[in-house]
Unconditional design. Structure first.
Length: 278
């Protein structure tokens, strides 16, 4: 029975939202071009950087998923849009699914929590797909634009891009991939939290609540604002003075589990049949 519920959610959250995924892919293409332009401008302003003027694939990824430094603060519009696009893909999934509940299917399932757990699984798959496609598109565009096949991060270019206050550690550090994966985990956690909030208020309201939380995360580099873990440039694994990675894994795990458990409790008490189709 869970499979049938899950199949319905897959049609809604993945197949039925291909236009939203298309917008997300276009966003990553534009970010890759923006990265190339930024490096070109850096070269024009500082000719002495000639040996370093060609971005690596690691530079492209950092430009897309890096985030911003906390001081001096500037609103990270690109980073906010990256996270909000991931949330936007399924921000109204719970409301849409409740409005289309199949009464017979629910009665046969006998456990309303299955509806919530199905959505958690769909959101996990959807968010992972968004992240993987984002990485693939960024790498593909980076390679097409002449990016060097390396995860090395150019410190001099980062200075030009006003990221010198959090200089990355050594280039091909094995921490680069774990740091990137933590961005995925943070995005997934934030998306699950938004879905939980949407059980109490309208989806657009929960979307705005999370948007404000992300803005606060950008302004305050504190573990409590776990949106910081969705920024590579603020992770201590990669950058000096960043937020602690182990602490981040613990916080993200607790918030994710609390969101899943909270959703189970709410759905168990929720009268979704009143919104369903007879």
């Amino acid at each position: 029975m869970f499979y049938r519920i899950f199949a319905l959610d897959v049609r809604r959250s993945l197949l039925g939202r291909w236009k939203r995924f298309s917008v997300a892919l276009l966003f990553f293409v534009l970010v890759a071009f923006a990265c190339k332009i930024s490096f070109a401008n850096a070269y024009l302003q500082s000719p002495e950087l000639t040996p370093f003027a060609t971005p690596t694939l690691g530079d492209f990824l950092l430009y897309a998923f890096g985030g911003c430094v906390d001081r001096p603060f500037a609103i990270p519009f690109q980073w906010l849009l990256l996270i909000l696009l991931a949330i936007y893909i399924n921000f109204d999934l719970t409301e849409e699914s409740s409005a289309g509940v199949n009464v017979q299917l629910l009665l046969r399932a006998g456990d309303k929590k299955q509806y919530w757990l199905s959505k958690v699984l769909c959101i996990t798959i959807s968010t992972s797909l968004y992240f993987v496609l984002g990485v693939i598109v960024t790498l593909g565009c980076g390679f097409a634009l002449g990016g060097v096949s390396s995860l090395e991060i150019d410190k001099l270019i980062l200075n030009v891009m006003n990221l010198s206050s959090m200089v990355p550690r050594e280039a091909t550090s094995p921490a680069f991939i774990p740091t990137l994966l933590m961005v995925w985990f943070a995005i997934l956690t934030i998306t699950l939290l938004q879905q939980l909030i949407s059980l109490f208020i309208k989806p657009i309201g929960s979307f705005l609540v999370v948007a404000v939380f992300l803005f606060l995360s950008a302004y305050f580099m504190k573990p409590f604002f776990f949106g910081n873990y969705a920024m590579m440039i603020r992770n201590a694994l990669l950058c000096e003075g960043g937020v602690d990675a182990a602490e981040g894994i613990l916080i993200l795990s607790l918030v994710s589990l609390a969101s899943i458990a909270g959703g189970c409790v709410v759905y168990d008490r929720k009268d979704i049949l009143s919104k369903g189709e007879s």
